[in-house]
Design a protein around this ligand. Structure first.
Ligand code: KIV
Length: 264
């Protein structure tokens, strides 16, 4: 049976779509930032496998393991009271319905309220098995970062009608299977808007324009803490990279000058 607290969080998000209130989502990877974001009123925190790139220093998300996801989901869950905590199923962790269920249970055991996987129609057996076990599931259509190697890079989706229809079918199939939310990544704004009108579950956009029910960013893109890659669709609202460099430079100079940590 679904935990009543998680059920209330999901009902709240569905009600937000119904009354046209936007859903604010961010990614989280550790206890202090998750706690700060939760206390600041964020609606959903995704422990995304973007972890691999913005925290672990991998080239893309395909090297992230279940063990790494579990470690970070535990840390985030310890810091959150109100937001829905979603744990990403990493690359190759949901190849079969059985494997998808086993790994979803592990993420839930680590403290996630819901799990997310990338894909639509092709994954319905996995999606049905997870949801059939009472685990809330978030879908993800459009640009799928776990397929970056097969696709040879990141690109905007929905430029042709055929591509748009396929993504809409994916989202409708996820909804029919019982998904509670769907992420729309890097797709033409008009297509994301159409898709949002056609599904009853909330859509959460990233690089998909403003006509979604909610938005998500990879938090370092909001805070300016990962200066080596800045996606064009994200406007940083802080510059933590420069602040870190300034503070550490001052600290190094002070210590070299013979001061202690308090005297700076
Ligand atoms: O891993 C992640 O952070 C994600 C978001 C980009 C939606 O999937």
């Amino acid at each position: 049976m679904l935990d009543p607290i998680v059920s209330a969080k999901l009902q709240r998000l569905a009600a937000m779509k119904a009354r046209g209130e936007r859903i604010a989502c961010l990614t989280a990877y550790d206890y202090p930032s998750a706690r700060l974001m939760d206390e600041a009123g964020i609606d959903v925190l995704l422990v995304g496998d973007s972890l691999g790139m913005v925290v672990l220093g991998y080239e893309d998300t395909t090297r992230v393991t279940m063990a790494e996801m579990l470690h970070h989901v535990r840390a985030v869950a310890r810091g959150v009271n109100d937001a829905l905590v979603v744990g990403d199923l990493p690359y190759c962790s949901y190849e079969t319905p059985g494997q998808a269920l086993e790994n979803s249970r592990r993420l839930m055991g680590a403290g996630a309220d819901a799990v997310k996987l990338e894909g639509g129609l092709d994954l319905i057996p996995q999606v049905e098995r997870i949801i059939g076990d009472g685990i809330p599931l978030v879908g993800h259509v459009g640009m799928l970062p776990q397929q970056v190697r097969e696709e040879g890079g990141y690109s905007k989706k929905g430029k042709t009608r055929k591509d748009a229809e396929r993504m809409i079918e994916d989202a409708l199939a996820l909804e029919k299977a019982g998904a509670c939310l769907v992420v729309l990544e890097s797709m033409v704004k008009k297509v994301a808007g159409e898709l949002t009108e056609r599904v009853a579950i909330p859509t959460i956009g990233i690089g998909a324009g403003a006509d979604c029910d909610g938005q998500i960013l990879v938090t370092p893109d909001l805070l300016g803490s990962f200066p080596w890659f800045r996606p064009s669709f994200a406007t940083p609202r802080a510059d933590l990279a420069s602040e870190t460099t300034r503070a550490v430079t001052e600290y190094v100079a002070a210590i070299k000058a013979g001061k202690d940590g308090k005297e700076l």
